[in-house]
Ligand binder design. Structure first.
Ligand code: RET
Length: 255
């Protein structure tokens, strides 16, 4: 099979990128550093997920390989960031928020595109869904960053960011995307679509909560925040990707 030939160089480059990202390591992980341990756990889980999604993308092929490749890109980009954040945490006991925002700026639009891609794999959908979700993402993240970094009023950044998120939720619950899913998707795709939007509602709520507790009111500790973000990303990036894998696998094995 052809996919086996491309797999070796693909996996090789993934491994290389990840190991060079971890070269920054200077300090050792302490056995009582639970935040550091969650950084390690999620780094490894993301790396392993990347291999899995890539492999499955090549195995399934066809229209579904695009969605699965995007899942792999999400976990790959996040893994490289996590390898780096992990080392910074172990060395300094701190994680500058800017790394998380760079990760979000790349991975959140890709996660949004998945709603478009899983529908596009089964039916004809308008590009408007794609653009509206992309714009919602930018309206959510850019002011959030500007607020946290001090380029904009903290509360203003939060409010505009919340409007961006609300706009995304509107699109996937009541907008064109939800109508296409309800009317044309197969049971497997509908089930994944519904679970994906639960993640975007509940799983994503962690981040604005972190903004309020960790930054606006400063009532949460750095440790608590990082543990929560690290575990949230397991759901929001890996479980989200597994939902797409479920739909893809059902669709391709029933075909
Ligand atoms: C994998 C990373 C994900 C899914 C990150 C998601 C980030 C958000 C949903 C951030 C949302 C925010 C708001 C809704 C208000 C403004 C502050 C933000 C950027 C933290």
């Amino acid at each position: 099979m052809k996919y086996k030939k491309i797999m070796a160089p693909v996996l090789g480059s993934v491994a290389l990128a990840m190991s060079s990202a971890s070269n920054a390591a200077t300090a050792n992980l302490a056995s009582g550093d639970f935040v550091g341990i969650t950084f390690w756990l999620i780094s490894m889980a993301l790396a392993a997920s990347t291999v899995f999604f890539l492999w499955e993308a090549l195995r399934m092929g066809g229209k579904w390989s695009t969605s699965l490749t995007v899942s792999a890109l999400v976990t790959f980009i996040a893994a490289v960031h996590y390898f780096y954040m992990r080392d910074v945490w172990v060395a300094t006991g701190d994680t500058p928020t800017v790394y998380r925002y760079i990760d979000w700026l790349l991975t959140v639009p890709l996660l949004m595109i998945e709603f478009y891609l899983i529908l596009a794999a089964i039916t004809k959908v308008s590009g408007g869904i794609f653009w509206r979700l992309l714009i919602g993402t930018l309206v959510m993240l850019v002011p959030g960053y500007m607020g946290e970094a001090g380029y904009m009023d903290i509360t203003m950044g939060f409010i505009i960011g919340m409007l961006g998120w609300a706009y995304i939720l509107y699109e996937i619950f009541a907008g064109e995307a939800s109508k296409v899913a309800a009317a044309q998707a197969s049971p497997a795709v509908q089930s994944s679509y519904k679970n994906m939007r639960i993640i975007v509602t509940l799983g994503w709520a962690i981040y604005p909560l972190g903004y309020v507790l960790g930054y606006m009111t400063q009532t949460a500790s750095m440790e608590a925040l990082n543990i929560v973000y690290n575990l949230a990303d397991v759901v929001n990036k890996i479980a989200f990707g597994l939902l797409i894998w479920y739909a893809a696998n059902e669709e391709t094995s029933n075909a």
